[in-house]
Design a protein around this ligand. Structure first.
Ligand SMILES: [Zn+2]
Length: 251
C-alpha cells in the first residue's frame, strides 16, 4: 500500500537523536520498529546498530542484525500487546546535508522490494547555520521512487512519558559505543613496538573517556533531574490527596 505519512513518537525521536549526536566522525544507524495501518506508519521503538565498518558514508545492515531486530520486534509485540515489526531504518549525516545520497536511495530501494512501506529517516547533525553559526539538526523521511528519493510527510507525535523500552535503548548506547571501541582496538593490540602499543592504548582510553563524557555523564544527569522532578510531583500529589480528604470530611 502507498505510504502517506509517518508518525514518529517523541521518545523514539529522542533515542535516534541521542545516537546521531554521539559522534561527528562517522555515520551511525539503526532500525525502526512500529506498525502500519491505512498508509500511515507509526514508529514506536528504535534499535541501535553497532557499526562494524567505520568508513564514511558506509551504512549497511547485515542479515544478522536484521534477524536480531525481527526477534526484538516479536518480543515487543508480546510486551506491548500490539503487533509491531521492523518498519524502517535511520542513519546520521554528520556535517552534511539531510538529502539522501545515491547509496542511500539504492539501499532504500532494496528494502522496499521486501516491504513497500519501508521507510528511511536521515538526521543531519553538526551542521552550522552560516549566518548565526548555530548548530542545526535536520530530519528527513524518504522512500525510493524510481531510483529517486521521495520525501514522505513526517509528524513527531508527543508522548506522555519515555517508554521503558526507549529508556533501555538510551542506556544501552554507551555500552554499544564502548564495545565498538573495544573491537577497533582488538586488531591493534600487542604491537611489537612499545611506543606504538602505548599510543594505541592511549587512543582507546581517550575514546572511552569521550563516551563517558558526552553520553554517560549527561544521561545520568538527565535521569537524576527527572527523578528529582518526579519526587516533587509525588509530593505535590500527596498534598492534593490530603487536601481533598480534608474537604470531604468537612462536608
Ligand atoms: Zn546517507
Amino acid at each position: 500500500m502507498h505510504l502517506k505519512k509517518v508518525c514518529l513518537q517523541a521518545d523514539v525521536y529522542m533515542v535516534c537523536l541521542q545516537h546521531a549526536l554521539s559522534t561527528e566522525n562517522f555515520e551511525v544507524m539503526g532500525l525502526l520498529i512500529g506498525d502500519n495501518a491505512e498508509g500511515v506508519t507509526t514508529i514506536s521503538a528504535a534499535i541501535i546498530l553497532r557499526r562494524s565498518d567505520k568508513k564514511k558514508d558506509r551504512v549497511e545492515i547485515s542479515p544478522d542484525q536484521l534477524l536480531k531486530a525481527t526477534n526484538e520486534a516479536e518480543r515487543l509485540t508480546e510486551e506491548l500487546h500490539k503487533r509491531v515489526r521492523v518498519v524502517g531504518w535511520y542513519h546520521s549525516h554528520p556535517h552534511i546535508t539531510v538529502c539522501p545520497s545515491h547509496v542511500d536511495v539504492g539501499t532504500q530501494a532494496m528494502y522496499q522490494i521486501m516491504d513497500s512501506s519501508f521507510v528511511g529517516l536521515i538526521f543531519s547533525v553538526f551542521s552550522e547555520d552560516k549566518g548565526s553559526k548555530e548548530q542545526e539538526v535536520s530530519l528527513t523521511c524518504f522512500q525510493s521512487d524510481d531510483g529517486k528519493s521521495k520525501e514522505i510527510p513526517l509528524v513527531i507525535k508527543p508522548t506522555k512519558d519515555i517508554s521503558t523500552n526507549c529508556l533501555k535503548t538510551m542506556t544501552e548506547l554507551p555500552k554499544i559505543l564502548a564495545q565498538e571501541e573495544e573491537e577497533m582496538a582488538e586488531g591493534t593490540r600487542n604491537h611489537p613496538d612499545l611506543l606504538v602499543s602505548i599510543h594505541n592504548n592511549a587512543v582507546q582510553t581517550r575514546a572511552l573517556g569521550h563516551v563517558t563524557d558526552i553520553i554517560t555523564r549527561p544521561l545520568v544527569q538527565t535521569f537524576y533531574g527527572r527523578y528529582e522532578s518526579n519526587l516533587t510531583k509525588i509530593d505535590y500529589l500527596h498534598k492534593q490527596i490530603q487536601h481533598l480528604e480534608r474537604e470531604l470530611q468537612n462536608q
